[in-house]
Design a protein around this ligand. Structure first.
Ligand code: ADP
Length: 517
């Protein structure tokens, strides 16, 4: 079967060989196994269902939430001489009727359907008369409330699978799945978890850096100037920030475009086209920009602010270097970003999701503070095991010596314990620096042996250090009305001296006194 698939790949798509993950997914589905395929954007997921569609008898049903992408894919399939069609709200009644008639006659190898269609029983009744050997579910994370883009219509997919006389093979595909989301997709679609194929999260042409404490505007201006003529995207968290970065660059003579939900449809299309056609070299945008954009020569992506989670971050940063050439992904971090993202999460409509969103935000914050390989951090977050350091990112190439900061970490941890493990970062930092803040005194924290243990350092510095300790998994955060910090199991091992902690920047103050643990 896989030999036949290889022939199809060459004859219809013009590629000589499969990428590793593709071959595994295709052989899985061709041997009748329901499968979850997790590959990053640009990894080549489409081939995973398009090739089997040409090997199998019947019409493969592809469920996809992106109307514009559906049309592009169907156009591309037509060009390759493959019979395919789509059904979504852009069709007229007449077009819909004709497409369904032809589908019932078995004329298509692939039929793309928007998930909302599955809400209509008239539609699903007609589907039953089509021979469907496989259902491919694109953007499968939309089925999960744990994912970052939950769509209620995706919940109907489960019942669609069972309407056919012969149960179709299920192939779920996603780019952005954390272990939780993966589990949820498998559970909801009855896919055996062992039939998850996950590959290619590493992007060996991307170089990641996190930059803290810099004047962002100055950085962006200089960076864009230095990379004059190269295509780049600058992502900002709010429309206001997009507008101001856009203005700044425009005034300094950069050919810049902008994109956010506050612009009209026409303006957005116009700005997007200017960027895609290389009229504008730099695009300043919120996360509204980029879904389904296929521009391969993007040399850099700058995050002007920290995004809300690793899923969004990697998806956005991953738009750089789709052509395989070296590209840079730079994140500009300021602790203010944490407040911005918390605020945005608090404002979100679905209150039930807030705890999960805050947990994701914490991983994003950890990414900004880790000293391990940034690429490794990302890939490990997405569940790949035994990842080696990339050797390229800002952390891998940081030549500063690491020093043993175990004692400093112990000071912070013991202070957290003495304060009863029910306060946030700022309060802990204030106690450690010996602040005379009203609240500190009210709680009597000035009587603690850990009070003022890090005198001489400013609160901001200690706050950063606490973030570093969290990223080292020695402290955990519990997100209630306010985030509360407590000592984790690993933290306890640090306190008893079983685990040592190293950091590139040391904040040694004074030695711990004997009566401290
Ligand atoms: P995804 O859906 O995972 O974002 P696509 O299916 O759009 O990715 O594929 C990304 C790019 O990789 C496309 O330009 C596609 O033509 C190319 N591609 C996919 N599979 C192969 C392959 N086996 N060999 C070479 N190029 C491939």
């Amino acid at each position: 079967m896989i030999t036949k698939a290889t022939t199809v790949l060459r004859d219809y798509f013009g590629y000589d060989s499969f990428r590793t993950g593709q071959e595994k997914v295709i052989s899985n589905v061709l041997s009748g196994k329901d499968t979850l395929c997790v590959m990053p954007t640009g990894g080549g997921k489409s081939i995973c269902y398009q090739v089997p569609a040409l090997v199998m008898e019947g019409t493969v049903l592809v469920i996809s939430p992106l109307i514009s992408l559906m049309k592009d894919q169907v156009d591309a399939l037509h060009e390759a001489g493959i019979a395919a069609a789509f059904i979504n709200s852009s069709l007229s009644t007449e077009e819909y009727r004709e497409t369904m008639d032809r589908a019932e006659r078995g004329e298509y190898r692939l039929l793309y359907v928007a998930p909302e269609r599955l809400d209509s029983t008239a539609f699903t009744n007609r589907l039953r008369s089509i021979y469907v050997p496989m259902i491919a579910i694109d953007e499968a994370h939309c089925i999960s409330q744990w994912g970052h883009d939950f769509r209620p219509s995706y919940r109907n997919i489960r019942s669609i699978i069972s309407i056919f006389d012969e149960k179709p093979i299920v192939l779920a595909l996603t780019a952005t799945a954390t272990p939780d989301v993966r589990e949820d997709i498998c559970r909801q679609l009855d896919i055996t978890e062992a039939n998850t194929v996950m590959t290619g999260f590493e992007r060996s042409n991307l170089t990641f850096s996190v930059i803290k404490g810099q004047d962002r505007d100055k950085f962006v201006k200089e960076y864009v100037k230095k990379n004059d003529g190269e295509a780049g995207i600058i992502y900002a968290a709010t429309r206001k920030a997009v507008d101001s970065v856009y203005e700044m660059l425009r005034k300094s003579g950069v050919a810049v475009a902008k994109y956010h939900a506050g612009l009209s449809d026409v303006e957005r299309q116009l700005e997007q086209d200017r960027f895609l056609m290389d009229e504008a070299t730099v695009m300043v945008a919120t996360n509204a920009f980029g879904m389904g954009i296929d521009k391969s020569n993007i040399r850099y992506v700058i995050h002007y602010q920290m995004p809300k989670n690793m899923e969004s971050y990697y998806q956005e940063a991953g738009r750089a270097g789709r052509d395989g050439l070296d590209s840079d992904c730079t994140l500009l971090f300021s602790s203010q970003d944490v407040h911005t993202q918390r605020f945005l999460i608090d404002q979100s409509q679905d209150e039930g999701r807030i705890p999960a969103e805050l947990e994701k935000l914490q991983s994003m914050i950890d990414f900004c503070h880790t000293e391990t390989c940034l690429q490794k951090f990302i890939i490990t977050y997405f569940g790949e095991k035994d990842v080696v350091a990339c050797g390229r990112c800002a952390n891998c190439t940081d030549t500063r010596e690491s020093s043993d900061v175990t004692v400093d970490v112990q000071m912070v941890l013991s202070c957290v314990i003495r304060m009863g493990q029910r306060f946030g970062k700022t309060m802990i930092a204030q106690v450690l620096t010996g602040s005379r803040n009203k609240k500190v005194l009210e709680f009597g924290f000035d009587k603690l042996t850990t009070y003022g243990l890090m005198k001489g350092r400013n609160t901001k510095e200690i706050s950063d250090f606490i973030e570093f300790i969290i990223s080292e998994n020695c402290l955990s955060v519990e997100n209630g009305q306010f985030p509360i910090i407590y000592v984790s199991e690993r933290g306890k091992d640090v306190l008893t001296g079983k685990v040592k902690i190293y950091r590139k920047v040391s904040v040694v103050t004074k030695q711990i006194t004997n009566d401290d643990p």
